[in-house]
Design a protein. Structure first.
Lengths: 270, 309
């Protein structure tokens, strides 16, 4: 049944893979040579690569500062996101009178994209006095509905008898959460951590709105700002690009399965 | 006080347990509810109010009725950005069809399929700002790879100024967007393909259905929910796209790549016209809900809305 030649499939997939990878190669090449900024025709292989553009990045821009800002904002967002989502997901496994209303509220909030809230969100953050601060940058990402439902599904899958047994053994509510529920929700936690991190790390629009001072800028902002100052005239821009992308690619390769599981579970929950 | 008999004590304890549970539930829900209230519900209502008012941070609020919606009717930039956004949305199916082909190829039992999957998926989780810079570079007029290839193959005699051309700017941004979303669509479709029971194919083969027939009669109908899901997500992604356009073209040249979100951003934060930006936001939101609702109706309620901030 499956006796067809394999090479056309490989050919097609190798072709597409090249289309996905060549852009990275082109930028990587520019970042170590800078040669095709002015030269035409551009060379395909790098001639005399050097690391000087990477050094330039350290002197041109406060890379360490941007990096630190991104790390701090992401850390706040991820921790708050996971804790709050887990709490809300756990609450939703219980029966309480207003539950249908709360579910409806969450589902309708899901229909409001962040982009449709930017003006009032900016004004609200201003009223809270959080403009241009780490908390203001992280606050809108403190809870995400998709991940609440991922947690709910994970908690729902815990057999009722196990919880009852724990209760009969005299475990308090808190101990049941910590000792029984949380260990069984490890998958949901991993999924949520990765999704929340990617969302926060890559976020551009909100930092663009909320930050004022150069000291509070995160990596994507720094990158966009560097572009607007330098245009395409230096290989340092591409070195910066690679430095920003590298940690993300590394993390993705390490946690690919959790990430994919998160996307597909989040996507099918609806 | 009389000592209550044990029987009467019971409902009392039950009620206390119920109160304790209610306290727990609401305490657990409170932080998430507060965040959604603060950053979803109040902003939405605030937008509605602002859209009917004339207001800027230094002036007191004044009732403006439908003035701003009327202004929108005569605002060429608004219509242009609406049109661009619709084209951007209409490009999503192109990516989904390509991704369907890829998913079928990757799901065949070839060697190295995990490697292919990873490579094709890798662009999705990357920072969009960096992706935009990469594609600016590829589309560059003098030394960009795309112009270089096109000139080497004698497809063009003069380099095309992709991002500075009224004709090419929007298609260029769309290409970059499809490039980034391709892997995501493929993953969703792969999951859908894996959920199709293999014995259906065997049964179809025994009944004499050839490969194209098996695809049209078995694969495609069973993949429908995944395809609709891709469509809804792709549409929402195009609809709310900001980073890519903002960095690649800034909405230009002229307004050739202006999208609704970039227009709202500019109205609010470069022109400080919060009130008018709010009216455009309301139109944007109503359109979004309308299109999502229509897609859901078409799919028979199968496709769920998923956000990607």
């Amino acid at each position: 049944m499956y006796r067809y030649p394999r090479w056309p499939i490989h050919l097609a997939l190798v072709g597409v893979s090249l289309l996905m990878l060549i852009p990275f190669y082109w930028v990587l090449k520019t970042s170590v040579t800078g040669e095709n900024i002015f030269a035409y025709p551009p060379s395909i292989l790098p001639k005399s690569p050097h690391p000087f553009y990477y050094v330039d990045v350290w002197y041109y821009i406060p890379f360490a500062r941007y990096f630190l800002n991104s790390v701090v904002v992401s850390a706040i967002a991820v921790i708050a996101n996971v804790v709050f989502n887990a709490m809300a997901g756990y609450a939703l496994t219980r029966d309480f009178p207003a539950k249908p209303f709360v579910l409806l509220l969450f589902l309708s909030c899901m229909m409001v994209p962040f982009q449709a809230t930017i003006i009032p969100a900016y004004l609200i953050t201003g009223r809270l006095g959080l403009l241009d601060s780490y908390w203001g940058l992280a606050l809108p990402q403190f809870s995400t509905i998709v991940c609440i439902f991922v947690f709910k599904a994970s908690f729902d899958a815990v057999p009722r008898s196990l919880i009852d047994a724990a209760r009969i053994d005299g475990l308090s509510e808190w101990r049941i959460i910590w000792r029984v529920m949380m260990p069984l929700a490890k998958g949901a936690i991993a999924t949520n951590v990765i999704l929340a991190f990617i969302w926060s790390w890559n976020n551009f629009l909100w930092p663009l709105i909320v930050t004022r001072s150069a000291d509070m800028q995160t990596l994507p902002l720094g990158l966009a700002r560097f572009l607007s100052y330098q245009e395409d005239t230096t290989g340092a821009l591409y070195a910066f690009c690679i430095m920003v992308l590298a940690p993300g690619i590394l993390l993705f390769l390490l946690a690919q399965n959790e990430f994919i599981r998160g996307l597909t579970s989040g996507a099918t929950k609806g | 006080m009389a000592i209550a008999p044990a029987v009467a004590n019971r409902p009392h304890r039950l009620a206390r347990k119920r109160t304790r549970q209610a306290v727990l539930v609401w305490c657990f829900l409170a932080p998430s509810l507060a965040v959604f209230l603060l950053y979803r519900i109040i902003p939405l209502l605030w937008n509605v109010v602002l859209s009917f008012a004339a207001w800027s941070p230094l002036r007191p609020m004044r009732w403006a009725g439908l003035d701003q919606y009327e202004e929108m009717l005569h605002d060429d930039v608004f219509w242009q950005s609406l049109w661009n956004t619709l084209i951007f949305i209409a490009s999503a199916p192109v990516g989904i069809v390509i991704a369907l082909g890829l998913a079928l190829l990757v799901s065949s039992d070839i060697r190295g399929r995990d490697v292919y999957r990873t490579v094709i998926f890798i662009s999705y989780p990357l920072m969009t700002v960096a992706v935009a810079i990469i594609w600016r570079w590829l589309f560059d007029e003098r030394v960009g790879l795309i112009n270089y290839v096109a000139r080497s193959l004698d497809l063009v005699d003069r380099p095309i100024q992709f991002l500075n051309s009224f004709v090419w700017a929007l298609p260029s941004v769309i290409v970059a967007n499809i490039w980034q979303m391709l892997g995501f669509y493929m993953i969703i479709l792969l999951t859908g393909l894996q959920n199709i029971p293999p014995n259906l194919y065997e049964a179809a083969a025994i009944d004499g259905a050839n490969a194209p027939r098996r695809f049209w009669r078995v694969t495609l109908p069973l993949l429908k929910p995944s395809l609709f899901l891709c469509f809804v997500i792709g549409m929402l992604n195009s609809f709310t796209s900001f980073d890519l356009v903002y960095v690649m073209t800034g909405g230009g040249p002229g307004r050739a790549t202006e999208l609704l979100v970039t227009y709202i951003y500019k109205l609010g934060f470069s022109q400080t016209r919060f009130d008018y930006a709010a009216s455009v936001t309301i139109v944007f939101f109503v359109l979004l809900v309308g299109i999502t609702w229509a897609a859901n109706r078409l799919s028979g309620g199968n496709a769920g809305a998923v956000e990607k901030d």
